[in-house]
Write a protein of this length. Sequence first.
Lengths: 261, 239
Amino acid sequence: MEREPKAAPALDKRKRAVVISVVVLVGFGLGFGAAHLLARYIAYWDIVSGPFFLSLRVASAAIVIAGVTGVASGYMLAKGHFPGRDVLETVGSLPIILPPTVIGYYLLEVLSPGTQVGGFLTRVTGHVFVYNVWGCIIAAAVAAYPFCLRAARSAIAGVDPALEQAARTMGLPNWRVALQVTLPLARRGTAAGLTIGCARALGEYGATLMIGGDINGRTRTMSLAILDSFTTPERDTMLLILVLMAIIAMTGVGLLGRSRS
Amino acid sequence: MTAALELAVARQIGEFNLDVAFTVESGMSVLFGPSGAGKSLTLALIAGLIRPDSGTITINGHVVTDCSRRTYVSTQKRRVGMVFQDGLLLPHRSVIDNVALAVRQTRGRRARRAVARSWLERVGAEGLADRRPGSLSGGQRQRVALARGLAGDPALILLDEPLSALDAEVRRELRELIRGVIISSSVPAVLVTHDAEEAEELGDVIIGYNHGRVTGARVVDRPVCPGPASGAPESTGRA
């Protein structure tokens, strides 16, 4: 909107008329398309709303868990000098390297009530962590964790240590230096990691299928529902919705990038 | 009278060996010498940012470092204010929040900001309170850094070449300000510089440094010394 007046003087009247015509035609086309899509989408809403809101809930819980643990362990890796530091970083990055189904298999082995660890967890907490929403949250959190960890670690490591020293000379204890100096200064890099982690949690598929199952109304997230929809008559509608979602996502990313620059 | 600072430390970094001892009583003591003589390293040792290999440091009668007894009081508990060469103001906080963060003697955000504001007034930076450090000039940054260094009611303030990055006119202006504020606040100060004119103008005592050693100390002859000690400071330096 704000850029149009700057570009307009460069165009002569004829070119401007062509541009306006194209914009109007494209606008009408998109408008009709959107109206048509909306009508079909409303009919389809009952099928997608459950997975959609479940995905939002799962991704929100997962990003809180992955964000807190990822930033905390990123801080430890950036600032700490302790044995096993490299091992922690490697293990923390495994969900990026390994196929999601392999991660799902490991999680199933650890969390299933039939295993020693899973049985212990079930006895202690009174909860089962597989084939329910907890399984979906854990799978999404594990998938998002390495992105949060790695982004936080490099952002925290990039903070000028002299500023932290200056804060110490002001009498701030180390925990306040971390919360009031280091983390605020590392916020951009950390936020970027959390954003990617959130997107990863939202799109988690393999591990979620393994430890959440694909139970309609309980653990069927949007990613699982999308695959399921390709075996149903609503395939075309779903395809249109996905294209629209991709356009919205790309526009969002573009706008984010522009506002940051 | 308890010395503001008693120091006798040694520290080896690579091939550089620092081995110094001196005492600061009150007023402004200047560590003067060429670059690489170990002046800034000495300040870092006093502030507790680096540990010495051996020796002791006493601030206001409290032992803060004693290597033989493995005593190392953390930087936060030394009650030392510090002004760095480039200010090192926190870029994500406003000027007043930078200063308020250093206020230790009062609790509550409003009270700390009130103390911070009064210090900003004393250094002539009250108009900068709501600005971000990134929008300040070098001289303005150092005024704020001086306010921040003193706002925590320190037992000792350390100034690490605070004027070296400024142009001549601003340096002259800030020299007067620094000397005036240090004298009026009664906080003993140790300033590092390699500028002879600055050392003469600011120091009550000049402690010479070269190759990691104290080469001598002398009291600067001033016709009038309006300092709180009402007399010549009794700093001594020994190699």
